[in-house]
Write a protein that binds this ligand. Structure first.
Ligand SMILES: C[S@@+](CC[C@H](N)C(=O)[O-])C[C@H]1O[C@@H](n2cnc3c(N)ncnc32)[C@H](O)[C@@H]1O
Length: 497
């Protein structure tokens, strides 16, 4: 929706009030009397309002002005004032404003900022105006952007990329441009419109924090992750995959932004994606990534770690890796879950291994999410059994306990699982599904730093979570990408049906 000048807004408001009060529209003379403008100036403003789609006119009728119903309004967060000092993501959302839906592109997430200062006056963006921003991390030369400098200071400028530098150009001939090394500047969004007379929007602001949904917050977090980590190997609206070493990647992420991490690292047992190292070195490496996960997990977030066994030379044939790692990060251990499966290697000199462990950690021992009802086991033997007239069992099912019997992803002729990819250590979706349902909510950000074939991503997306994954092998990234594309295609087909 186009924006209005102060005078046009005044005339439009007058026409609205007049029609409401009198049941018919005002003449040009009546508008002129109210606005103290000549007939020709009123005519000019009314024509502008017609061109901008706010009014229409029936020819040859002195009361022929008609209001055009404005489009549906949508609420977007007003994140504050665009002034030096802090990144947009860190600004507390205090208000939302209503803008016409047709003002916004169909895709994307949007927010508004109040402009402070005169650095953009040559683009008719003045002190006190609101700018509407579409969140994105890329911009064309000459676009007006919200740029974050050194991950700290946000500014509204025109952007020009020059070799390995970025010029942030004020639209004010009296001001000089700022020039930075490209690595110091991250685009947070581009300006898509300006609200010139924001006081008219204050009657549609909502000063309640609760107006900002968890979806909004998740979108900001996700966009910010994208800004910080740079171009992903593959992305969809709700998923970012990076072909990167996970420690390097996590070191870039701010504190407390991830809601849930679900992962299985290499076990140091000589699989095709790892080279075996001494156990103490392995433990030290695990400490590094576990501590990074702890740092980036939010205060009520969780970490589910799947671990198997390794051989400890001269000490243990099949040592549960949990024994080595369970207390090597500041996380609080809620409990260990045994994952029991049928298929596996047949041992001759010891018992055939048929389980792995899942360590369920939280950052806070008291405050963590556990959606028990979402994972209840419906398979109840006596669902109708009563005691003192009351059902003994929860009608939603029973607590699934700390032993989970879920088939492994198997390979081999005639016994290969349907979901199997070329990855040699793929999670079964059912296992991760239970964790994601129990330990996260819709729109939460889920991380898998050892993404492998992308099972966590598939499961997170199916459950409407946001997903971020790191994987060091490009080949596995490719497998994950193909799985996600296939999922999106099948979701699209299902919608069509
Ligand atoms: C046990 S597998 C994970 C399999 C995954 N859960 C799945 O469902 O396919 C471990 C993965 O970590 C990857 N990896 C190893 N070192 C890594 C690192 N430093 N950063 C990121 N990924 C790494 C390996 O390539 C391997 O795909």
């Amino acid at each position: 929706m186009p924006t209005l000048t102060k005078k046009q807004k005044q005339i439009l408001d007058f026409v609205k009030v007049f029609i409401k009060k009198n049941g018919l529209s005002p003449t040009f003379e009546e508008i002129g009397r109210y606005t103290k403008k000549t007939f020709s100036t009123v005519h000019e403003h009314v024509e502008a309002l017609i061109t901008k789609g706010f009014l229409s006119k029936i020819n040859n009728s002195s009361r022929g002005i008609q209001l055009i119903e404005q489009s549906e309004m949508v609420k977007i967060p007003l994140l504050g004032t665009i002034a030096a000092g802090q990144p947009i993501e860190a600004m507390q959302v205090k208000e939302v404003i209503a803008v016409a839906k047709n003002l916004l592109p169909r895709q994307g997430s949007f927010f508004a900022l109040k402009v402070a200062g005169d650095s953009m006056i040559d683009e008719n963006i003045n002190d006190g105006d609101y700018v509407i921003i579409k969140q994105q991390s890329n911009a064309e030369n000459g676009q007006k952007v919200v740029a974050l400098i050194d991950n700290n200071e946000a500014t509204l400028k025109k952007i020009y990329k020059e070799k390995n530098r970025v010029r942030l150009q004020p639209a004010n001939k009296n001001l000089t441009p700022f020039i930075f090394n490209s690595s110091r500047v991250a685009v947070q969004g581009i300006v898509i419109d300006v609200i010139k007379n924001p006081t008219s929007h204050t009657n549609i602001t909502f000063k309640e924090e609760k107006q900002v949904t968890s979806t909004d917050r998740a979108i900001y977090k996700f966009e910010d992750l994208k800004n910080i980590l740079g171009k992903p190997y593959f992305e969809t609206a709700n998923c970012l995959i990076y072909n990167m070493d996970c420690i390097n990647a996590m070191q870039k992420i701010k504190n407390s932004v991830i809601d849930l991490t679900v992962t299985s690292p290499p076990y140091n047992i000589g699989k095709e994606y790892e080279s075996t190292i001494p156990v103490n070195e392995y433990v030290n490496w695990c400490k590094q990534w576990m501590n990074e996960i702890y740092r980036i997990t939010n205060e009520s977030g969780a970490f589910w770690l799947n671990l198997g066994y390794l051989e400890f030379p001269e000490k243990a044939k099949a040592l549960p890796i949990t024994y080595l790692l369970w207390d090597k990060s500041p996380f609080y251990l809620v409990q260990e879950v045994i994952w029991n499966y049928g298929a596996g290697v047949a041992a001759k000199k010891f018992l055939s291994p048929r389980n792995e462990k899942l360590l369920w950690y939280t950052k806070n021992p008291e405050n963590y999410l556990f959606n028990l009802d979402d994972i209840r086991d419906k398979n109840v033997k006596y669902p109708n059994q009563k005691k003192n007239g009351k059902l003994r069992c929860n009608p939603l099912g029973k607590n699934p306990s700390d032993v989970w019997q879920i088939p492994k992803v198997t390979s081999g002729e005639n016994r290969s699982s349907k979901e199997r990819t070329e990855h040699p250590a793929q999670f079964p979706e059912a296992l991760i599904n239970r964790i994601i349902l129990a330990a996260s909510n819709k729109n939460d950000v889920v991380l898998d730093p050892f993404l492998g074939s992308g099972t966590t991503a598939i499961t997170a997306l199916k459950n409407e979570r946001k997903m971020i994954g790191f994987e060091i092998s490009e080949n596995y990234c490719k497998i994950a990408k193909q799985r996600i594309l296939a999922l999106l295609e099948s979701q699209k087909q299902n919608k069509l049906i």
